[in-house]
Design a protein around this ligand. Structure first.
Ligand code: NAG
Ligand code: NAG
Ligand code: NAG
Ligand code: NAG
Ligand code: NAG
Ligand code: NAG
Ligand code: NAG
Ligand code: NAG
Length: 515
């Protein structure tokens, strides 16, 4: 596959993850709350610009010996998994020895791992697990069956086109832990980015064959913060070291939190334009929640109505059903061909809390005191810093030749396409290749616009009927060119599964999670 086609292949593959995302639900719930908490004047959540890691982060002190650990992390088999031909690894990387912080990773290699890039995936929250959502409900190789103890293949897994590294971040999320419990109350974007780069540098020592590999960072929802912040750390440390410590090529964020003001109003514009709230409620929010005409009681009242109107929806994909019976079943239900299972959260929770599963994953080796959960309340409720915008960091990535992909599933209501459009508009970019549809099977799969400087915005269009869905094949997706003029988006029979793709069913991006 052409070097520059990775983004597009991923793009076609991510269609499937929208179908599968129900874990996004909680992620998204927390994100909605988080936005509003930040809006409050004198909010406890710091909103200042992102601060870089201390200049004197001494690499030789944070990089610890990793010999022999890769072999120990090899996962022979997960309980209940079907046979596969790729390798899996899981384990801990200490990121702060004095505090006792260790981050858990789950790595799914591609079958032809030597020729494909390394891609890190992060879910958002803040406080939500990349194993819960990314690995087990979205782009990972397996989905958990309704019995909570066996797995089936996700044929649209991203490890068809990349070696995919799922990271539970920051400490306190999922299987990642800290031995200093006060850390859970003092974490925010800055520590997350610092710990993430320390993780990566150590992980690359453990897997040195990936050191010079093309590297991409991807994520959704609140990872709209984590991804460009980690890119910033990498660029910063590459510069300090005067060499390429990490070979960062691009970043990919989906239904991503980018710029608070535009993200937030975009949510209500989406709700109104999709007939979820009334125009009056939308106009009240627009007026009374803005800085100019802010009126707390009117603003809160309008938010309450909007919340109430959208309460009984699956907000990551407003057209998907809710989970009505999340009880485990004795025998696995046949998974839906759409691969959307509204009760997946329950199955994943049951699976990841099994001792045999944790042992196989090399997770929870210190007997963490609480259950594995998809999203951490202590982290979320005590989150310390969260800049109001990450636009300066996206600009920094572009200025350093790191390509930026922003994608949006257009049925997500948590970080909807209206928010992404407004946030991109706020960047004042010059259009390179104007808004146009991309097709597959002769039908619209979504829309793409590219901008000068290396930014691409791509959407996927909502779910189509089943027959068409199954029959669909990506014929060709055409996009723009990267800044060096290379054609980046031509995918013929994308992926390694004959090019079959599900029609887009963007969910929140998981959001996504806030994801
Ligand atoms: C480790 O984390 C603690 C907070 O728990 C922080 O004070 C300290 O500076 C960190 N150490 C390093 C080397 O980053
Ligand atoms: C955390 O504490 C446990 C129990 O003392 C210990 O085994 C583990 O190595 C510590 N983790 C880190 C990252 O230091
Ligand atoms: C950085 O590396 C380049 C080439 O390796 C060398 O020419 C240059 O002097 C170095 N700069 C600094 C500040 O070390
Ligand atoms: C805000 O709206 C309330 C309720 O309509 C009204 O009583 C109050 O005067 C308004 N406050 C301001 C500062 O305009
Ligand atoms: C929310 O909606 C329910 C009906 O769905 C209604 O009974 C309730 O009064 C509403 N609450 C508010 C605050 O509007
Ligand atoms: C799910 O399990 C609970 C507890 O065993 C039971 O009370 C409930 O009826 C079950 N729900 C359904 C829909 O079977
Ligand atoms: C870790 O294991 C202990 C039992 O040894 C269990 O009670 C706890 O729920 C587990 N926690 C996580 C986060 O996996
Ligand atoms: C975009 O342009 C507007 C109007 O000129 C300006 O206020 C804003 O700061 C610009 N935004 C960026 C990210 O440059």
């Amino acid at each position: 596959m052409a070097k520059f086609s990775l983004f597009f292949v991923l793009f076609t593959l991510f269609l499937s993850h929208f179908v599968g995302s129900s874990l996004g639900k909680k992620q998204s719930d927390v994100l909605g709350k988080f936005y509003k908490a930040k809006k409050i004047k004198n909010s406890a959540i710091g909103k200042s610009y992102f601060k870089t890691a201390p200049e004197n982060l001494e690499l030789e002190k944070v990089i610890l010996p990793q010999e022999g650990l890769k072999e120990k992390d090899w996962i022979k088999n997960l309980p209940g998994q079907p046979p596969v031909k790729f390798q899996q690894y899981g384990g801990y990387v200490t990121v702060n020895a004095s505090a006792g912080r260790a981050l858990y990773y789950y790595f799914t290699e591609a079958e032809n791992s030597e020729s494909l890039p390394l891609l890190l995936w992060l879910n958002g929250g803040p406080g939500c697990s990349s194993i819960a959502y990314g690995a087990m409900e979205e782009l990972g190789p397996f989905r958990v069956n309704s019995d909570g103890k066996t797995l089936h293949r996700n044929q649209y897994a991203w490890n068809h086109v990349a070696n995919v590294l799922f990271l539970e971040s920051p400490a306190g999320v999922g299987f990642s832990y800290t031995n200093t419990s006060s850390d859970l109350k003092t974490t925010g974007d800055t520590r997350t980015a610092n710990d993430n780069i320390v993780f990566l540098l150590n992980w690359l020592e453990r897997f040195p064959e990936y050191k010079n590999r093309d590297f991409y960072i991807s994520g959704e929802s609140y990872a709209g913060h984590y991804v460009p912040q980690l890119a910033h750390e990498i660029l910063h440390h590459n510069k300090l070291a005067n060499r390429t410590l990490i070979n960062l090529k691009g970043i990919i964020i989906g239904n991503a939190v980018i710029n608070d003001d535009t993200d937030l109003i975009g949510v209500y514009e989406y709700f109104a334009s999709h007939a979820l709230i009334s125009d009056e409620t939308y106009l009240d929010i627009k007026k009374y929640c803005s800085n100019d005409d802010y009126n707390k009681s009117k603003c809160d009242g309008a938010y309450a109505i909007a919340d109430n109107n959208t309460n009984n929806l699956y907000i990551y994909n407003i057209y998907f059903p809710l989970c009505h019976d999340g009880n485990l079943t004795k025998y696995p239900k046949i998974p839906s061909p759409l691969q959307f299972e509204p009760c997946s959260d329950n199955y994943v929770y049951a699976y990841l809390n099994r001792r045999d599963v944790q042992d196989a994953l090399h997770a929870n080796v210190t007997n963490i005191k609480y259950d594995w959960v998809a999203c951490s309340d202590p982290l979320f409720y005590n989150w310390k810093d969260s800049p109001v915008t990450i636009i300066p960091l996206l600009q920094e990535s572009l200025a350093n030749g790191v390509r930026v992909w922003i994608f949006s599933g257009d049925t997500d209501g948590r970080v909807p396409v209206t928010s992404s459009k407004k946030s991109i508009k706020a960047m004042n970019l010059t259009v390179d290749k104007p808004w146009h549809s991309w097709l597959y099977g002769g039908e619209v799969g979504g829309y793409v616009e590219t901008y000068k400087g290396g930014l691409t915005f791509a959407t996927t269009w909502g779910l189509t009927d089943l027959e068409d869905l199954l029959a669909s094949t990506v014929k060709e997706i055409e996009g723009g060119a990267d800044q060096t003029g290379n054609e980046i988006v031509k995918v013929d029979g994308a992926g390694s599964e004959g090019g079959a793709v599900e029609r887009s069913t963007p969910h929140e991006l998981g959001e996504e999670s806030i994801a």
